[in-house]
Design a binder for this molecule. Structure first.
Ligand code: PEP
Length: 251
């Protein structure tokens, strides 16, 4: 399976910073032979800029959220149709920062995934346990519950999503899951996805949580890690390219 490296810029960037960052990433990619799939998920206000800078390149782009609703009186939200119009291939859904700061429940996340698919945008469904949940031995229970809600909502279309396992305690903390810890969870998610899909090995499962240039190769070498969702390191072209290079070798 070809790996996918997706950057999550979070609430970072400016018109000029985005232009330089993407120029450096495009230039760096030229030196990667047969690169893996690459995407950047950017703040909504920059989608138009990113569409014009990345249109015609092999780098895809996406949003960091999508509305669970089709259209109408939902102030501040962005619909799947709007994302599609701006060429988004992906939309993150259920990132832990959205679950934590915006109260997104498993049901809301599932509805968002369903809505994205309906508009031809691939949802990158984020699941992951908090430190307290890991320490009380509930990791598998939590991630399986989060994923089950999405599977229940989208049915056999689950083969069209991307899943990202992001332990909350590893996001933006510099504390990465060990390759063994990540693989253990990915194997459980894989089994759940394969059981829900009618054929094939199911969707790609990315790891996210302080993945960087130094630890990417080891994580990406795990049999059930199909790529990475990268926060901080996606804002530095050299680091992002190093991760892409590691993913392009680890097939
Ligand atoms: C993320 O925001 O999805 C993420 C994985 O962040 P970081 O790489 O900075 O931990």
């Amino acid at each position: 399976m070809k790996k996918l490296i997706a950057g999550n810029w979070k609430m970072n960037g400016s018109l000029s910073a985005n232009e330089s960052l993407l120029a450096e990433i495009k230039a760096g990619l030229v030196n990667v032979s047969t690169p893996c799939d690459v995407a950047v998920c950017v703040p909504g206000v920059y989608l138009s800029q990113v569409q014009s800078l990345l249109g015609g390149t092999s780098i895809a782009w996406g949003a960091q959220d999508v509305s669970a609703h089709e259209k109408g009186a939902y102030t501040g939200e962005t619909s799947g149709a709007m994302l599609r119009e701006f060429g988004c291939r992906y939309a993150l859904v259920g990132h832990s920062e959205r679950r934590q700061y915006h109260g997104e429940t498993d049901l809301v996340v599932a509805a968002k995934a369903q809505r994205a698919l309906a508009f031809g945008v691939t949802p990158v469904v984020c699941v992951g346990e908090t430190l307290a949940e890991r320490e009380s031995g509930d990791t598998m229970l939590v991630v399986k519950r989060q994923l089950a809600a999405v599977i229940h909502a989208v049915g056999h279309c689950v083969s069209e999503v991307v899943v990202a396992y992001e332990p909350v305690w590893a996001i933006g903390t510099g504390r990465t899951a060990t390759p063994e810890q990540a693989q253990e969870v990915h194997a459980v998610l894989r089994a759940q996805l394969v059981a829900a899909c009618t054929r094939g090995s199911g969707p790609r499962i990315l790891y996210g949580g302080s993945m960087n240039a130094a630890n990417a190769a080891e994580l990406l070498a795990q049999p059930d890690i199909d790529g990475g969702l990268i926060g901080g390191a996606a804002l530095k072209a050299a680091d992002f390219i190093a991760i892409i290079s590691a993913a392009s070798v680890a097939r």
